[in-house]
Design a protein around this ligand. Structure first.
Ligand code: IMP
Length: 190
């Protein structure tokens, strides 16, 4: 069976992507556990592209991909966006809710951008999921999951949705695009 390599140090991302692969394709996912040095940019696709370029200098396995993601809050002009990991570690969920204390428009979206190197080409797959920032922090979930209520549910946070998150999330949609592309490419070659 064909194999594809995912470079990440984030276990949550790997678990989510691995579950999607298991449910939707016979292509096997292999983890390369490594922190990736990211460029500074407002554009997640650009960050993913350059992260992949760096990874492919260090790792020669193919096909290989990275994923960059973030939460963009409308009323904060897209903040924390590409700085999501840093902001989570510094002001955290409480800090975001404090910034949003007097904000009525709570619309936001999550974006996932995957950069794949196959042969000598780089392909980018991006998807977004719209939702709202809650007023409370729910108990379950990682990262911003406890404060993001996806539009398609409207009540529960990603955290509260448990495994169901993995059939509606930005990462799910971007990973499905990746899987479709890989299947077309890898099975066509065999
Ligand atoms: P990066 O993609 O490694 O730059 O990290 C993006 C950051 O955005 C993560 O560390 C999380 O804080 C946040 N994030 C991205 N996707 C999700 C998600 O699906 N749930 C919760 N937080 C997320």
């Amino acid at each position: 069976m064909p194999v594809v390599f995912f470079v990440t140090s984030n276990q949550h991302k790997f678990q989510e992507v691995n579950t999607i692969f298991t449910q939707h394709t016979s292509i096997q996912l292999k983890l390369i556990q490594k922190s990736i040095i990211e460029i500074q940019s407002f554009d997640l696709e650009e960050i993913a592209f350059f992260s992949l370029e760096k990874c492919t200098q260090d790792f020669h396995e193919r096909p290989i991909f990275v994923e960059d993601s973030g939460l963009f809050i409308d009323q904060l002009n897209g903040f924390p966006g590409p700085f999501s990991a840093y902001i989570f570690k510094t002001i955290g969920l409480k800090g975001i809710l404090t910034l949003m204390q007097h904000v009525n428009n709570r619309e936001a979206f999550f974006q996932s951008s995957i950069a794949l190197k196959i042969d000598d080409c780089i392909e980018i797959f991006t998807e977004r999921v719209k939702g709202k920032i809650s007023r409370n922090i729910s108990e379950s979930g990682w990262g911003y999951d406890p404060i993001f209520i996806p539009e398609c549910d409207g009540i529960h946070s990603f955290g509260d949705l448990g495994p169901k998150k993995n059939s509606i999330s930005h990462r799910y949609l971007a990973t499905l695009k990746l899987i479709r592309f890989l299947e077309d490419h890898l099975f066509e070659m065999n």
